[in-house]
Design a protein around this ligand. Structure first.
Ligand code: COA
Length: 322
């Protein structure tokens, strides 16, 4: 079977950092509350950097690490819900920035689940023989989408981008995917704004920002993420004990701990970096993959599960080998 193998990873986060004390200067909150409820200590916030720029930087690093010529890339998928332009899409901007002149590209939006859905789509393109080399990027400027006066949401998010380059491998290790949506629960997490900084919003327009029923989203994640992981494990015949790492969307430490508990799996196999970056939506999973890769935590043949969840509501996962 032809499947995609990761041959390069990259990430980019803007250098400007806001810690919890900085947030406490903006809204009625404090470091202790944020750390205890979420595990977040800091977030990186884009100043001049756009979503496409961050996506391009992450992509350049992934391509450079892979040693593959940009001309060999067939497809670029950028998962984002916060691109500064609707068109040209961020994927075409990335194509221009990295010189992937032979690639087709498009953006996909499934909020925080976007990267995992893009990864699954890339695997499908490769298995179907339609593409050999696919770049998947998750990139977000969440700081444009949040109401900086709403303490229940603004403390949760950060900006950044991550990328993986997948290469077709004949007789590759099997890949197992699952994905779901529940449109009826869409109102639990909504966001309309794309260009917050350009708008002078009146009070009544504040609905344009991200709105969230935090507890409903929390319960959804804690129920659906273990369910989809178990669905993938059952399909594949692989047991949870055989999985080296569960690389989950980095929204909240308590969600990840609850998922580990439900799966009766030690938390040490659930790596986290949300303390540093907060929730960068579609970018969390590829940023974490890149950090782990550059720390040398991955070895040939290790079994990994990636899983995302978010607005829509949407959730998805994939089991693959390093
Ligand atoms: N600082 C201090 N207090 C805050 C606060 C903040 N930043 N945000 C909310 N509070 C207050 C609330 O106003 C509330 O006060 P009250 O009891 O006087 O009404 C109290 O803290 C508890 O609020 P609650 O919403 O019940 O807290 P929680 O334990 O559910 O934690 C979240 C809130 C948002 C951290 C949590 O629900 C969560 O993480 N949900 C999932 C969100 C998520 O990950 N979304 C993205 C998914 S992709």
């Amino acid at each position: 079977m032809i499947t995609g193998k990761i041959c390069g990873t990259g990430s980019y986060v803007p250098p400007h950092v806001m810690d919890n004390d900085d947030m406490a200067k903006l809204v009625d909150t404090n470091d202790e509350w944020i750390r205890e409820r979420t595990g977040i200590a800091r977030r990186h916030v884009a100043k001049e950097e756009t979503t496409s720029y961050m996506a391009g930087q992450a992509a350049l690093r992934a391509v450079e690490q892979s040693g593959i010529a940009p001309e060999e890339i067939d497809m670029i998928l950028v998962a984002t819900s916060s691109s500064e332009t609707i068109y040209p899409c961020a994927a075409c901007e990335v194509q221009r920035m990295i010189g992937a002149v032979n690639a087709a590209g498009y953006d996909l939006n499934a909020a925080c689940t976007g990267f995992v859905l893009g990864f699954n789509a890339a695997q499908a393109y490769i298995s179907a023989g339609m593409c050999r080399t696919v770049l998947v990027v998750g990139a977000e400027s969440m700081s444009h989408m949040i109401d900086w006066t709403d303490r229940s949401t603004c403390i949760l998010f950060g900006d950044g981008a991550g990328a993986v380059l997948l290469r077709a491998e004949e007789d590759g290790a099997p890949v197992w995917t699952a994905a779901h949506s529940d449109g009826k629960k869409g109102p639990a997490l909504t966001g309309l704004s794309r260009h917050r900084r350009d708008w002078n919003l009146e009070e009544e327009d504040k609905e344009a920002y991200i709105h969230m029923d935090g507890q409903a989203v929390f319960k959804f994640a804690v129920r659906k993420v273990p369910e989809i992981i178990e669905e993938i494990l059952e399909k594949s015949g692989v047991s949870a004990d055989e999985i080296d790492y569960f690389i989950l969307h980095q929204a909240n430490r308590r969600i990840i701990e609850a998922v580990a508990k439900r799966l009766k799996t030690d938390i040490s196999r659930f790596p986290m970096n949300l303390e540093e970056y907060a929730n960068t939506s579609a970018a969390t999973v590829p940023i974490l993959l890149d950090e782990m890769n550059r720390k040398g935590m991955f070895h040939e043949g290790q079994k990994l599960i990636v899983a995302g969840f978010g607005a829509g509501l949407t959730w998805a996962g994939c089991l693959f080998e390093w």
